[in-house]
Structures are given as C-alpha cells and as structure tokens.
Design a protein around this ligand. Structure first.
Ligand SMILES: Nc1ncnc2c1ncn2[C@@H]1O[C@H](COP(=O)(O)OP(=O)(O)OP(=O)(O)O)[C@@H](O)[C@H]1O
Length: 748
C-alpha cells in the first residue's frame, strides 16, 4: 500500500489539496480528487487539509506490534528530536513508557544528527563549487528525484540523522533487531525504502501513532517511572536539528547575514523558488540548508497540534540547552568512522514521470473554453489550486485538471443559469397571474385547472382534455397556448366531428395542386402547417375515422406531414392538444379508437369537471360572463338578485358553462330594468325536479303539464307578492278558475 492513498470519494471540490500540493500530484476526474501516486512527494499536506478525510497515511503499527511480541529479536525505538515538542511529558518518562510497551532500547535520533552535522561541517570546509542542497528532509529529496531531476547532483550525498543512527545501532547490535523511528514526518516512511537506507530503519511511525499505542495499552507516560535513553555518543548538538537552521547550528556553521556561502530555505514557496533559481543558474555556489517544512517541528504530524510553532521551538531549544548543561565536561567519545554510513556514498535516482506539454495553440484553446480570451481574462486567482490560469490549462491538457475547476468561470456560468431560471420563474408567475384573471372560479377544481394550464404550457408534451360539452375545454386549450412560449404564434382549432370524412386529410395536412378535383391552384397548406411553431387543437378527437387516426398517429410520431398528392415531407414544430367529451377507454374497447394513438395523446391529461360539481363557482362566473357579454353586445350591465342567484346555483347545468353563458345572454337581452330577479329565471331552472320540459326523462304528459301548471302559478304568485287577482290576470285566467287550481294543487 502506498504511503498516502485515497480511501473515499466524497470530494467537495474545495481544491485545498491541489493548492497545497507542491508538485500538482492531484488529479481531478469527474469532480473527485485523486492522488497521482507516482508523482506524490509525501509531504502529507493533502491528508491533513482534507476535511472529508478522503486520504489516509499508511500505518505500520501492526508490524511493529508483531515485532514487539517476537521474542527472538529485539525492538529498538529511535525518537526524532522534535519529540519534546510533541509530548508534554518529560522525555525520560517517554522512554519508560516505550519500554513498558515492550521496546528493548530507546535512542535519541539527535545523536545521529550530531554525526550528520559533522559531515556537513566537513563538506562546508571544502571548496564549494555549486549550490549544495542539504538532504535530511525526505520531502526535498522526493521533490528533486521526482520533479527536478536536473538538481540531483546538487543534493548533498549525506544520509539523514535517522539513517545515520540506525545504521550505527544495527552495526553495533549482536542480536537480530528491528528499529522503529518515531517522528512527525510522513515522508520518512518512504525514506526507509531507498537503496541507501537498506538494513537501517525497519519501520516509521508518527508521534500520533505512538500516542494511539500508549492509549490503547492504557499507558500514561506522565505516570510511568522515568528511564534513561540508550546512548553511545556523549554529544547533543543534534538536538536543535528540528528547528529551522538547526543543522547549521549543530554543525557549528555560522549563519551570519554577511556570510553568502550559506543560506537557510524553508517552506513550500521558498523551496520552489530556490529549485527554479538553481535550474536557471541564478544561484552562486553555496550551502543551502533546505527544509520543506519550517523545521521538523512544523512537520505534518503537528498539523492539528494546537500549540504554536514558536512554543514548539522554545521547547526544543530549552531541552537542547538543558542537555548541553548536563553533559558539559563529559569526554567526547566519537563514533568509529567506518561503522557509520554517513559519508558520500548516498546516491539518488531519477523518478520523474514525463508529462506531455501542449502547444501554445492548444493552451489558448483550453483557456478559451473557460472564457479566457485575453491576458486580462486570466485572473490567476489560484482558487483552482494552480498558480496561474495557464498552468491550470496545461493540467487540463494533461488530464489532471478539469475545465470547470475555475471558480470565476463557474460563478459566471451559475449566474447565467440563475438569470435564466429567474426569468423562467418570472414568466411562470406572470402566466399564473394571467390565468388567474382569465379562468374564473375559486373551487378546488378550478385551482387544479389553473395549475394544469401553467404546467402544460411550459412543455411541448401532448395534452389531452376530457370532460362534458361546454365545460371549457376549448377555453383551457387556448389558455395553455397563451401561457406558453408559443403565444405569439398561431392557435389553430379544428373540430374533427365537423369536417366531412373525405375532406379531413386535406384539411389537416394540406394538398398539392391537382391532388383532387376542385383542388386549388398552387395547392394549400393544411391546419398542421398553419399551426407550425404554434399550437393545434384537435377537438372531438374521438369522432375521427380509423383511417385518419392512423395518419394522425404517424404525424404525431414523426413530427412531419406530407400534403395530399405530395411527396415531400414537411417538418413541424407543433404543440398538440386534443379533446373529447367521450370516454376514450370505452371507445378503444368498442374498437372505435386506436389504443396506440390514445397512448400518444394521453401524456398530460386533465378531466375538466362539470359545472354541477363546482356550484361555488357559479356566482363568480355569472359576474364574469355578464361583464363579458355586456361589453360584447354593448348592453347595459344588470345585477342578479340573491334569490335569482340561488336558483342559478341550485340548477344542475347539463350544458355547463356554455348553457349558463347562453342563459345570461338571453336574460341581458330580455329583462327590463337593472336587476335580473327570480321571476325572470326560466321555470325549468327553479327546481331540479325535472320540471324542465326539455328534460330527457319520459313521463306521462298529464303529470308533466300539472307540474308545469303548478310551478307557473307559484311563479305568478311570487311575482305579484301573493296578490291572487293580479296573479290570475297575469296568467290570463278567470278568478274562479284560478281559485280552483289553487285548491287542486293545495296552494294556500
Ligand atoms: N372557467 C371559465 N372561466 C371563464 N369562462 C369559461 C370557463 N369555462 C368555460 N368558459 C366559457 O364557457 C364557454 C364554453 O367553453 P368551451 O367552448 O371551451 O367548452 P368545451 O368544453 O370546449 O365545449 P365542447 O366540448 O362543446 O367543445 C366558452 O365561452 C368559455 O369562454
């Protein structure tokens, strides 16, 4: 398993990992960040910065625990000098705790740092011919090997303190041993795989992994009896190593500001600048103490540590001073040279992956795709993780970045989208308002009709309107057309039952000159063609002949017509609305209607309710229709009395709104005065007890006439305020006859 790897794909596209990666080793594919393992330098930044915890660092804890249990070898811990910054407990208690866990020996890597420092002192003492990069930082080594191979010969051929001390210990040890390094650096885990690190360190664990081991074993270092470090070298200058410039201090090389043979470089930005300067030959020969972090006390394992860098630096320096004071005067026992592999036998390898570089034109093409046509359009905001839009365009070409990673471009796109949808919502709201003014009624049924009209007007899907005659199907179809984007184009209404069978094909699809006898010169476009870009409303669709149904199905499917007698197909962009007052399912069963056509037209379907199902709408409809009719026929407006309105509301309206409209038209014309009263309302409306002489129900003539007679008498009495003489006069019957009838019908 690689040291750093992806575990999940819950990327939220913050691009923090791309921004922090010094070598752009993060690929974005389908909006998900993925590590490019061969190019990763193991700085650990992407792991720490990912709030989604999408990346993990490999842990060798299990192998270390196995080594601790193995009685045939000894397990040795070596602690990086930054340990004093990572733990609150004093170092000797940590040694005690490590021994309690099972480690046989515990060494300070600071001793290896002292050895290495001596080598640097020697190197510095020789004539410096070129810029020399110090090499204890494994991220720096990884960066050079993988991304700046031309700088390989600038790397100091000296091992790191970790390798130096481990090499020494292994050579001293008589029995088989495993060495475990504890430190704050993720890249140390890769350093032990290098050729020159063979037979030195076996495992690398982070301080955080050590803390977890203590916790799991219920070992509290603060409460453990202190134990001494194993050591072999009475010198401790190496303890300042984890602080930036610590190597030079340990090597006793002066970092005087006036000394231009030496410099300290730390942090991503400065490191990259230095690499580029060397590549370009802009740096004079000097020793460059270079670290990717601001000293090891800034290493990735300290990322979530609450303490400040200064606090950690102080702890390291205090500890170093204490040790120096304690050991002052102790004789130095230098290590025998041949036993430690810290000399110039280190060699580095080129591990660079080649990436293809696009041409200028290809870069410009990619930039143009995200609306960057000129230099001013290249904002170089770095939000995508790349320093410049150009670098990002190159990464897009190389397949490791995606075009839409550009936040300003994305924002622009989203703003356009928001504008587009805002406009659509505004249009929608306007349509809703218009519909509210035109479709009269406040019943639930009418509310549903209004919603349906608005929704149906926003799509091109076929619409089917069902319902009794006069309920408003044509009116609804027209409103669907008026609410949609086709409103400025034609609305063509065809009553399929009203056109003779032999003419309907030519009527709908048009004909060519000479197609049949009587065909017009030059031919004629059909209704479909007239409705192009608009809406065609095929009313009474159930009354179409089977042959015509088949042709219509073809046109609906192909969205093109062929004129009668013509060869050419004419493409169409037509919204199709159909309607019928018949039960189409029943018609299909009877074999009168094609099922396939039914499925084609039955996409958005609405059954318009009859007026008797929504009597609460009648007063509003009466008001609206009277207003409409008075304007249309220039008649004086009339009111409707409460009683008359009650009659209208109780009537069942078999002819629906059309019947109501016709009645109102009649009343507006006939009634004198400014109010329509109960007496003006035709008798058959008064009660729905089938006193309507036009009712379909067959009944004996005598009883029907009696009913009519009774209702007429009541009507006359009502309109004369129960004045019997006047009522008899109104009915033009004698008083005696009138009294007889009152008796007959039991009217008091
Ligand atoms: N809710 C309504 N608001 C205002 N006017 C309406 C409403 N419903 C119907 N009308 C009016 O009622 C009359 C009859 O409506 P329409 O012709 O649309 O009925 P239809 O169902 O198509 O009838 P048919 O099946 O006989 O063709 C029209 O004048 C129409 O304007």
């Amino acid at each position: 398993m690689p040291i750093v790897s992806d575990v999940k794909t819950t990327c939220k596209k913050c691009y923090s990992c791309v921004r922090g990666c010094p070598v752009n080793a993060i690929r974005f594919e389908e909006d998900q960040a993925e590590l490019i393992k061969e190019e990763c330098v193991q700085c650990g930044f992407c792991v720490n910065v990912c709030s989604q915890k999408n990346k993990v660092i490999r842990s060798d804890r299990k192998a270390v625990e196995k080594s601790l249990r193995n009685r045939r070898n000894i397990t040795i811990a070596i602690l990086a000098p930054s340990v004093v910054a990572a733990f609150d407990e004093e170092p000797n208690r940590l040694v005690g705790a490590l021994k309690k866990i099972g480690f046989d020996k515990v060494y300070e890597v600071a001793q290896g740092a002292s050895m290495v420092a001596r080598e640097y002192a020697k190197l510095y003492g020789e004539p410096i011919q070129k810029p020399i990069l110090t090499s204890p930082c494994p991220v720096i080594v990884n960066m050079v090997e993988r991304h700046y191979p031309s700088l390989i010969h600038h790397l100091a051929p000296i091992v790191s303190p970790m390798i130096a001390i481990a090499d020494y210990i292994k050579k001293q040890q008589k029995v088989s041993s495993d060495i475990v390094f504890f430190g704050p650096c993720v890249a140390k885990k890769t350093e032990i795989d290098k050729e020159y690190a063979k037979n030195t360190v076996d495992y690398v664990l982070l301080f955080s992994e050590l803390k977890a081991m203590f916790a799991e074993n219920e070992i509290y270092p603060g409460k453990v009896r202190p134990a001494a470090f194993n050591h072999f070298y009475e010198e401790c200058r190496g303890q300042v190593f984890p602080v930036a410039g610590g190597l030079l201090k340990a090597a006793e090389i002066s970092t005087d500001i006036l000394n231009n043979k030496i410099t300290v470089v730390e942090g991503k930005k400065e490191v990259l600048e230095t690499f580029r300067a060397i590549e370009e030959g802009k740096l004079e020969p000097m020793l460059i103490d270079i670290l990717y972090c601001k000293g090891c006390i800034d290493g990735p394992d300290f990322f979530h540590d609450n303490s400040s860098l200064q606090y950690r630096k102080r702890k390291v320096i205090e500890f170093a001073n204490e040790s120096i004071a304690k050991r002052a005067g102790d004789p130095e026992k230098p290590v025998k040279k041949n036993k430690v592999q810290i000399s110039r036998r280190v060699y580095y390898k080129t591990l660079q992956q080649q990436r293809t570089i696009p041409s200028e034109e290809e870069i410009r093409d990619i930039l143009a795709k995200s609306q960057k046509y000129s230099k001013e359009d290249e904002l170089n905001c770095e939000a995508c993780g790349y320093e410049t839009c150009r670098e990002k365009a190159i990464a897009v070409y190389q397949g490791i970045a995606e075009l839409q990673m550009c936040l300003p471009y994305l924002l622009g796109q989203k703003e356009n989208e928001v504008y587009y949808y805002k406009k659509r919502v505004e249009n929608f709201m306007e349509s809703v308002k218009e519909i509210d003014d035109r479709i009269i009624g406040h019943s639930d049924a009418i509310r549903a009709i209004k919603n349906f009209i608005v929704n149906a007007s926003k799509t091109n899907s076929n619409v089917l309107l069902l319902g009794e005659s006069g309920t408003g199907k044509t009116y609804i179809a027209n409103n669907i057309h008026l609410c949609g984007e086709r409103r400025n184009e034609a609305f063509v209404h065809i009553n399929c039952s009203a056109i003779p069978k032999e003419l309907i094909e030519a009527e709908l699809f048009g004909y060519e000159e000479g197609a049949f006898t009587g065909a017009r010169k030059g031919g004629s476009p059909g209704k479909f063609q007239q409705a192009d870009r608009g809406t065609i409303f095929l009313d009474e669709i159930a009354d179409m002949s089977p042959a015509m149904q088949a042709k219509l199905l073809q046109v609906i499917q192909d969205k093109e017509v062929q004129r009668v007698g013509g060869q050419q197909t004419i493409p169409l962009d037509v919204k199709i609305i159909t309607a019928t007052n018949k039960d189409l399912q029943e018609e299909i069963k009877k074999g009168n209607f094609r099922e396939d056509l039914y499925h084609r037209i039955n996409v958005l379907t609405f059954t318009v309710p009859s007026l008797r199902e929504r009597p609460e709408d009648i007063p509003l409809l009466v008001e609206y229709l009277m207003d409409k009719l008075t304007k249309k026929y220039q008649l004086p407006l009339k009111t409707v009395s409460k009683e008359a309105m009650k009659v209208l509301c109780e009537y069942k309206w078999p002819g629906n709104v059309r019947e109501l409209e016709n009645l109102l038209e009649r009343l507006l014309n006939m009634v004198e005065g400014s109010q329509i009263r109960e007496k003006h309302v035709p008798l058959h409306l008064w009660k729905n007890e089938n006193i309507n002489p036009l009712a379909n129900e067959v009944q004996p003539l005598e009883s029907l006439l009696e009913k009519v007679e009774k209702e007429t008498i009541l009507n006359a009495l009502k309109s004369t305020n129960n004045n019997r003489t006047k009522a008899a006069n109104l009915l033009r019957v004698s008083r005696s006859n009138f009294y007889e009838k009152l008796k007959k019908y039991g009217i008091d």
